[in-house]
Design a protein around this ligand. Structure first.
Ligand code: MG
Length: 237
C-alpha cells in the first residue's frame, strides 16, 4: 500500500527546461545582441548543467562556485568575454540570469490537478524530493502554487548532504514523511535518479516520460502525464 508520494520537481512539476532555455537566451541577447550562435545557447547551457551541479553535490565546490564555473564555460563555448571584474562580475551576471529564470517558472499544466487529486486527509503523505538548493526549490514550489499540499520539500541540503541518486537521499526522504521506503512512491522524469536508483532502497517509483520517446526501464511503471498518477497510485499494492 502506498502511504506516501514524492514528486521530483524540475521536469516533473515545473518546466525547468523551458524556463532555463528562455532565461539564458534572454541573458545572452541582452549582453551580446545578435550573437551568431545565440540559438545554440540554451542547448549549450543545458549540457553544462549536470556536470557542474554534480561537482557541487559531490562536495567539490560551493553552489556559487559551480555557477561561476558554468557561466565561464558557456562564455568560452560562445567565445564571448567572461563577465567581470572578478567573481563579483560573474556573480552579478549569474544573478541576472537567475532573475530571468525565476520569472519564467511555470508548472506543467497537469501538475496542480494531480497533486490536488492525491491531497487530503485520506490520501497519501506528499512531498517533493529534488536536487537543487533548498531555498530555490522551496521558492519554486511556492511560485507554482503548490506549497500548500507540497509543503515538505526535501533537497540534499536537508538530507545530510545526500542527493539523488544516493540511497540515503531516498531513505531520508521516506523517513521525513514518517514512512518506510517500501511505503513510498517516487515519480519523476529522470530514469536513474527518480526510477532505478530508489528501487535499491525498496522505494517504489514511476517514470514520468513526458516526451514519450524513450524505452522504459524494465519492471517500472511508466506514465506520460501526471494526470495518470492518481490511478497508478490507487492500483499499486
Ligand atoms: Mg527532474
Amino acid at each position: 500500500m502506498i502511504k506516501g508520494v514524492l514528486f521530483d520537481l524540475d521536469g516533473t512539476l515545473l518546466d525547468h527546461r523551458a524556463a532555463a532555455d528562455a532565461a539564458i537566451a534572454d541573458w545572452l541577447a541582452a549582453r551580446f545582441p545578435g550573437h551568431p550562435r545565440g540559438a545554440e545557447a540554451p542547448a549549450l547551457w543545458a549540457a553544462l548543467e549536470g556536470p557542474y551541479l554534480a561537482r557541487w553535490q559531490a562536495g567539490e565546490c560551493t553552489v556559487q562556485e559551480q555557477r561561476r564555473l558554468r557561466l565561464r564555460a558557456l562564455c568560452r563555448e560562445l567565445d564571448v568575454p567572461e563577465p567581470g571584474p572578478g567573481t563579483d562580475g560573474l556573480d552579478a551576471a549569474y544573478a541576472d540570469f537567475a532573475a530571468r529564470y525565476r520569472r519564467s517558472w511555470t508548472a506543467f499544466p497537469d501538475a496542480a490537478a494531480a497533486v490536488a487529486a492525491l491531497a487530503g486527509s485520506a490520501g497519501p503523505a506528499l512531498g517533493v524530493l529534488t536536487n537543487g538548493t533548498q531555498p530555490m526549490q522551496e521558492a519554486k514550489v511556492r511560485a507554482i502554487g503548490l506549497a500548500g499540499p507540497l509543503h515538505t520539500v526535501l533537497t540534499g541540503e536537508v538530507l545530510d548532504g545526500h542527493f539523488k541518486p544516493s540511497p540515503a537521499a531516498y531513505t531520508g526522504a521516506a523517513a521525513a514523511l514518517g514512512l518506510a521506503p517500501e511505503e513510498v512512491l517516487l515519480v519523476g522524469d529522470d530514469v536513474v535518479r527518480d526510477v532505478t536508483a530508489p528501487a535499491v532502497t525498496g522505494m517504489r517509483s514511476a517514470w514520468l516520460d513526458r516526451l514519450g520517446v524513450e524505452r522504459a526501464p524494465a519492471g517500472f511503471p511508466r506514465i506520460t502525464t501526471l494526470a495518470a498518477l492518481p490511478a497508478l497510485v490507487a492500483s499499486l499494492d
